[in-house]
Design a protein around this ligand. Sequence first.
Ligand SMILES: [Zn+2]
Length: 277
Amino acid sequence: MAKIVFRFDIDSHKCIRDGVPILLRVAAHYGIRFTFYVNVGKAISRLDTLCSLCAKRRSEEENIKMLSAKQKLGIKDYFYAAMVNPSLDRYRENIRAIAQSGSELGLHGGMNHSHWYTHALHWSYEQVKKDLKGALDKMQRVLPDYIPQGFAAPGFVTNDVIGQALQDMGFQYLSNWHENHAAVIRKECGGIPDVGVNLCGEPGGVAFWEYAAASEWTDQQTLEVFMDMVNTHDEVVVFDHPYFVALQKVKSLEIIIETLLKEGHQIITLRELALER
Ligand SMILES: [Zn+2]
């Protein structure tokens, strides 16, 4: 039987405000736990317009199957994100609800999701630590007892300096890489385990349900792709974003969970997969 991890990255206000409550209800309904990584800062920086243009060009040039931010967020929330750009620690009740639910709550970057995605690769050790410290402080103002354990880098942007800074900050494991269908999902970075995502869209490490939507798969086709992976791999880590899967693909998610449970597979957190062997 396979071990399955559902990893959800909280990038935007729509993820934490609208997506998370739905996913927590799904987890409670089935008696399972998900793994959430939250960015407690702002979703975008002023460079975001430029980045999204680059992302669009990248998706066109490299034939990456993904949806645009406008398609995913909807026009109203796209402009809310662009104009208001709220810091996500504003949604403190929903962050606390994750912690109280028993699902895992890790960090997803530092003080600004888009800033990490665009620049972190070239930051010094001190810059990485400063950004992480800011995020950890914000998190601990929401959850005073919060202890860093898991970390997932925005856009999978990481290097050895980042790994070292994360280890020195007390993080115990990372989830900083993707490779669809990877048989071995444990690597090491800065002396701690780095467990990748092995069920996503490639090229580009596209979120699973987003890739399914961009590929125009039916729920049945999505289930078949998922179960094909589960039946050929001992450990499966799938990722998406709460607002997308919860608001657009929750039926597909439920069908998959029901099938996994019926067939006796184990749904665990990424922390458990990384640290408890
Ligand atoms: Zn992200």
